[in-house]
Design a binder for this molecule. Structure first.
Ligand code: FES
Length: 206
């Protein structure tokens, strides 16, 4: 290799390594979902984003990193683990409990949905295909619905005890997913959910 082509080769390698380290070289750094009103909050890739005004536009703020989930097992996790003499890789939840044609996704930490609260999550799992999930913890039980309105699939938002679709003003009960007013006539799609070791796992179909 001539010294000129060696220099070119080195310059390509250095550029590539630098780009790998640059945030802009990775996936988008803010949620793809467009905010619809000031103060709207969503959880995306482990960060909490709040909608604010920038000039005439609504944008997400820089996001606040959520605290890492505690590793202590939740009450619904399996009983005391049995020590094994020969450690072997344990199966992932999706291998153990999702019915055929379905899969489990890790949506959030259990501590991200306190009792009596509702949160919306857009998991980074590629199988979610950008789908959002509304999680409500009521009397210590979790309820999960699809974020998309059953009228014309606009994302619903949390407004007090209801889930509201601002596209055409449909209101849904956040505990049952049933529409209470507006053009939507079908309840929000529900999902199976369980908690294991401080994580919330939602079952979706392929
Ligand atoms: S899309 Fe939700 S009310 Fe029309």
């Amino acid at each position: 290799m001539s010294s000129l082509s060696r220099r070119s080769f080195l310059s390509i390698v250095v550029t590539f390594v630098l780009q790998l380290g640059m945030p802009g070289a990775r996936a988008a750094a803010s949620p793809s979902l467009k905010p619809t009103k000031v103060g709207q909050v969503i959880i995306w890739r482990g960060k909490k984003y709040t909608a604010l005004k920038s000039g005439k536009k609504l944008v997400w703020d820089k996001g606040v990193v959520l605290p890492a989930p505690k590793s202590s097992p939740s009450s619904s996790a399996s009983a005391t683990p049995t020590p094994s003499a020969s450690p072997s890789p344990s199966p992932t939840p999706s291998q153990t409990s999702a019915p055929a044609g379905s899969f489990e996704m890790d949506i959030a930490g259990s501590n991200e949905v306190p009792n009596g609260e509702t949160r919306i999550f857009y998991p980074s799992d590629s199988r979610a295909k950008g789908k959002g999930f509304i999680l409500t913890r009521e009397k210590n039980a979790l309820i999960v619905f699809d974020v998309n309105c059953t009228h014309e699939t606009c994302p619903v938002e949390i407004e007090g005890p209801r889930l509201v679709c601002n596209c055409h003003n449909s209101n849904f009960n956040k505990l049952t997913g049933i529409p209470e007013s507006g053009p939507a006539s079908e309840p929000l799609k529900g999902y199976l959910v369980r908690e294991v070791a401080g994580r919330i796992l939602v079952t979706d179909s392929v």
